[in-house]
Design a protein around this ligand. Structure first.
Ligand code: NDP
Length: 293
């Protein structure tokens, strides 16, 4: 029998969304301010449409304004840029999110860097990346922020812990490393060229998996008592159907871990909750209002 705490990301995210909703209501009552999030969606990728619809619903449920700007898959770079510039200039918009991936004719980096950094609720703008790595206030990418909030809540003090992050993407691995350094962890980042990845993982008190390879991290890669945060979302065949699994082999890892997130129902729900949190933060900063407690 495993003694691991299985972190319920769904319940934790619901609490965070409720907290953001409560703060949004306070902001409205005290300052007449309603945080607004605009999502720009280019093309007709079905998964992106589902994400955007869910983001919109969650934003409205938290008492904030939600706007969607849909452009066809044939939209030019200039058209997407023009949409972002219009939203930058709109005072009722506090958060702008451009849903990725963008079609090939659109330069994603240039579009992200055209967003006003103070409205960049995804935290991908180069200015926000720089602010995060240099320890300044910034908007932090939602998925790593969600992981950090779970670690702080369930594990507690992170200072001095040895953290291993598998994956070095700009969206998850690198910002996660910056956040854990800020928490005074000793951070190692692994990737496809890392030698002895299992050995590196086995030393970690906190193991974050953001690889995109189904169940790659096995149970004997997990140090007894470690906190295991599985960011991966992989669809694998299951008989006639498919099912979602993480980058960690849950059934094995749960036997060694002290804490572990399941897939689904772990990190995933935290991403949208953190997007709402970032939108509220951006609105408060824009109007120089202290964020409600
Ligand atoms: P990327 O594909 O951008 O990055 C994957 C990283 O894993 C790279 O750094 C790559 O190394 C590394 N990697 C790949 N194969 C291996 C290997 N065999 N051994 C060691 N390292 C390896 O992925 P993302 O960071 O965008 O996403 C990672 C996972 O998280 C995906 O499953 C994705 O679906 C999921 N995800 C979930 C979110 C959520 O809301 N829960 C949000 C975002 C992502 P190298 O750099 O050397 O190529």
């Amino acid at each position: 029998m495993s003694d691991a705490v299985i972190i319920d990301g769904k319940a934790f995210a619901a609490d965070l969304r409720a907290e953001v909703g409560r703060k949004a209501a306070l902001l409205k009552a005290s300052h007449g301010l309603v945080p607004g999030l605009s999502v720009v969606l280019v093309g007709d990728d079905p998964a992106s449409h589902v994400y955007v619809r869910n983001k919109g619903k969650a934003t409205v449920a938290a008492g904030m304004d939600s706007q969607e700007y849909r452009l066809p898959a044939t939209a030019s770079h200039a058209e997407v840029l023009e949409t972002v510039e219009r939203l930058n200039a709109d005072d009722s918009v506090h958060g702008i999110l451009v849903q990725l991936p963008l079609p090939d004719q659109v330069d994603s980096n240039a579009i992200i860097n055209a967003i006003d950094p103070d409205k960049d609720v995804d935290g991908f703008h180069t200015v926000n990346v720089g602010r995060l790595t240099t320890g300044q206030d910034s908007l932090v990418p939602c998925t790593p922020l969600g992981c950090l909030l779970m670690l702080r809540h369930f594990v507690g003090e992170l200072k001095g812990k040895r953290a291993m992050i598998v994956g070095r993407s700009n969206i998850v691995g690198k910002p996660m490393a910056s956040l854990l350094l800020r928490e005074h962890c000793t951070v190692t980042v692994g990737h496809s060229r890392t030698q002895d990845l299992p050995g590196e993982c086995r030393r970690a008190d906190v193991l974050i998996a953001a690889v995109g390879r189904a169940e790659m991290i096995r149970g004997d890669w997990v140090k007894p008592g470690a906190a295991v945060i599985d960011v991966g979302i992989n669809r694998v065949p299951a008989g006639e159907k498919t099912r979602l699994v993480g980058d960690v082999c849950f059934e094995e890892a749960v036997e060694n871990a002290g804490w572990i997130t399941p897939v689904p129902g772990g990190v995933g729900p935290m991403t949208i909750a953190c997007l709402l949190k970032n939108t509220l933060t951006a609105a408060c900063r824009r109007h120089a209002i202290e964020e409600p407690a």
